[in-house]
Design a protein around this ligand. Structure first.
Ligand code: ZN
Length: 307
């Protein structure tokens, strides 16, 4: 195995410029979602795999959102590791706040800038190159390796990982490694479950001088949001040996995401990401809509007493 590690390190060192240029070009292949058209980004990956003479399949239930899947068996039987990463990214709402053009892949002070560079074309690039390197070493390894580079993730849409999970679940193997941004110091394992709720509060509404005439939809919404925050007080579930691992990783998690990050990893989080209500300052609001992003940690059972 030592020779294997040496080979890997030597290839990474030799390919440093290639890796950097691959990622910069990947960023330039704009793939904002919405609308989620990833054909250019997928073509970039295919070009690399073709050059490496690596076989792959394109699974595109939506032709603008292709998924690329490649796999190989090693020299001996063993477990199936899967590498998964998405190739779409968030859109750019306003370019004015950017120090570099968002689709430029600019290399400044040793850092690559651009929308999607961190989330997660960097991680997906790492998976693609890892796949190519391990393919060269496959006779010395055991098991099976699958790479899936997927579309339609940033809106949790149906045409990417979800489609593969429903129609080709084998691509996720016995264990799936994903290079979402976290930090080089630790592994994250298990994702929280998102529970997204949309509320609409309606009341009669009234002139702003006569607050006795109607309940305020915005005030009811504010009270509801405050009540939902109670969920964050639910005790962290016991995850057995994973709890000890998370405790040990806490300083690294806090370093990567800022102080407090380790605290919320195992707890319910509540984020009222969108609130829209009222028409005018001098009217009692007759309607308020809000959406709340609640994240449920691994191991939390329902029903669970809220303190
Ligand atoms: Zn991501």
């Amino acid at each position: 195995m030592a020779a294997t590690k040496e080979s890997l390190l030597a290839w990474i060192e030799r390919d440093r410029e290639t890796l950097i240029e691959f990622l910069r070009e990947f960023v330039r292949c704009a793939s904002p979602n919405p609308p989620g058209d990833t054909r250019q980004a997928a073509a970039h990956i295919r070009k690399f795999l073709d050059a490496q003479r690596l076989a792959y399949r394109v699974i595109a239930p939506n032709e603008t959102m292709p998924n690329i899947v490649a796999a190989f068996d090693c020299g001996a039987p063993g477990r199936h590791l899967a590498l998964n990463g998405h190739i779409d990214c968030f859109p750019v709402e306003d370019e004015s706040g950017w120090s570099q053009r968002p689709w430029s892949g600019a290399l400044v002070d040793g850092k690559i800038f651009g929308r999607g560079a961190a989330d997660m074309k960097c991680g997906t690039t790492a998976s693609i190159f890892t796949f190519a390197y391990l393919h060269r070493l496959r006779e010395q390894l055991k098991g099976r390796l699958t790479l899936s580079a997927v579309s339609d993730e940033e809106t949790f849409g149906p045409w990417g990982a979800r489609y593969l999970f429903e129609h080709h679940p084998e691509v996720f193997g016995d264990c799936c490694l994903n290079g979402e941004p976290s930090g080089p110091g630790t592994l994250r394992f298990g994702e929280k479950g998102p529970l997204w709720l949309a509320f609409t509060v309606r009341t009669k509404g009234a002139h702003g001088a006569y607050t006795h005439a109607s309940k305020s939809a915005t005030r009811i919404a504010a009270n509801l949001i405050e009540a939902l925050y109670k969920l964050t007080e639910m005790p962290a579930p016991d995850l057995g040996n994973l709890s000890a691992t998370l405790d040990a990783a806490a300083p690294v998690i806090d370093t990567a995401f800022g102080p407090g990050a380790a605290q919320i990893v195992r707890r319910v989080t509540v984020n009222p990401g969108l609130v829209r209500g009222g028409v005018k300052v001098n009217m009692v609001a007759a309607e308020c809509q809000f959406e709340v992003d609640i994240r449920i940690p691994n191991g939390l059972e329902a029903p669970h007493p809220v303190q």
